[in-house]
Design a protein around this ligand. Structure first.
Ligand SMILES: Cc1ncc(COP(=O)(O)O)c(C=O)c1O
Length: 387
């Protein structure tokens, strides 16, 4: 067994406690101690491999971790949300200074809590005063970055962090495996909101931290136990279900987004309201081909000419739900001002799902042309696309 999709289906088989092909959802919160008094060791609760209490560990969560470890090759800890994973990360590193730039607003929210409670210093990841960053501090990079779907060069930030003896964490939520492996470019810890592409069905919340060694994983597990942030039983069973189609889904979403972004970009002049398209596939930097050998993030953003046009655009679409989040089977669009008030009110974020790319393009072209003169010719071009 050596390839991605095989591992995503069978990588957790060895930790299944039953011979069900699909593991049952283990709803128990507590497990019986040994009936042999000689095996009862006071304080035995801190061994994360023993089944004692589900806040500590349970078979469905162990299966998720085993599968992600098989796919990626890195020790993995699963959490009950992406933000719990970031909380686990910052708690483990315990930085006195954090360098962070454009990133998910919730991660900034956690950094703000650290600033308030512990006097942690925050500096800008690009222009900040790196003399404040010392050994043991944290440089946190989000790439591809929310909401744009554009890329930063991980190697550049790894150098910046390591020169100071700091750690580089990468939130790679927008580019799950097999699109990006941040460890190859110098990351020390990789984070994902597994709510997005790992989950892939918009029906579970989960987070992941991937680390380089087993000792770090064990420390994270002990913190997770006392922070109470382990994934729940039902969610982890759903996540195992999701992982069975992981490679297929991500490959298809990456192919579809490339078709859509390319089409919009090539025909941009025919969409008078469309000002800008942001996506990694449109960047020309040298590092891109190396860091994204298997395709591009299925998330991109567009900017329209006015706030009012952007606000009303989602209501013109039939297939894209107007909703936050990303990574699911269904395509979503969000007038991003709804959930992030630091972002331009002209900006719309799109998450490409598993629908036929031609149908998604019809929908977008109809919305952008509102049935104008160019619409029919564009529809004919869409019909000719090979998908
Ligand atoms: C890049 C990124 N990181 C982290 C998170 C937080 O993840 P969760 O919602 O699973 O807590 C999100 C959620 O949208 C995200 O987009």
């Amino acid at each position: 067994m050596s390839h991605f999709s095989t591992k995503s289906i069978h990588g957790g088989d060895h930790v299944k406690p039953t011979n069900d092909v699909i593991s049952p959802i283990h709803i128990t919160t507590t497990y019986s101690y040994s009936s042999n008094p000689d095996e009862l060791i006071p304080g035995g609760l801190t061994d994360p491999t023993t089944l004692v209490y589900s806040r500590e560990n349970h078979p469905n969560a162990a299966q998720v971790e085993a599968i992600v470890e098989a796919i990626t090759g890195y020790p993995t800890v699963v959490y009950n949300s992406g933000l719990s994973a970031f909380n686990g990360l910052i708690t483990h590193v315990n930085p006195k200074a954090v360098a962070i730039g454009q990133a998910y607003h919730g991660c900034h929210g956690i950094v703000d809590v650290w600033k308030r409670n512990f006097g942690t210093k925050e500096i800008d990841i690009d222009d900040g005063d790196y003399s404040l960053v010392k050994a043991g501090d944290l440089v946190h990079l989000e790439t591809p970055v929310n909401p744009y779907g554009t890329y930063f060069d991980i190697t550049k930030y790894a150098t910046k962090a390591h020169e100071k003896g700091a750690l580089l964490s990468v939130d790679a939520t927008f580019a799950p495996p097999p699109l990006l492996n941040p460890f190859d470019f110098g990351a020390d810890i990789v984070m994902h909101s597994a709510t997005k592409f790992f989950g892939g069905h918009s029906d579970l919340l989960a987070g992941l931290l991937l680390v380089k060694d087993q000792a770090t994983k064990e420390k994270l597990l002990l913190d997770r136990l006392v922070l109470g942030t382990n994934i729940a039983n039902l969610e982890s069973a759903l996540l195992v279900r999701s992982l069975r189609t992981f490679e297929l889904r991500v490959a298809r979403q990456a192919k579809t987004v490339a078709t859509i972004v390319q089409f919009l970009n090539e025909n941009k002049a025919k969409f008078p309201q469309l000002d800008k398209i942001y996506h990694g596939s449109l960047q020309t930097d040298d590092f891109i081909a190396k860091q994204y050998p298997n395709g591009h993030t299925p998330v991109f953003s567009i900017e329209l000419d006015t706030d009012a046009h952007a606000k009303s655009f989602p209501s013109k679409l039939k297939l894209f739900h107007h909703a936050t989040s990303l990574g699911g089977a269904e395509s979503l669009i969000e007038w991003r001002a709804m959930s992030d008030d630091h972002i331009s009110k002209k900006l719309l974020r799109l998450s490409i799902g598993l629908e036929d790319p031609r149908d998604l393009l019809f929908d977008l072209v109809n919305g952008l042309t509102e049935g104008g003169n160019d619409a029919n010719a564009l529809v004919e071009e869409i019909k000719k696309l090979s998908v």
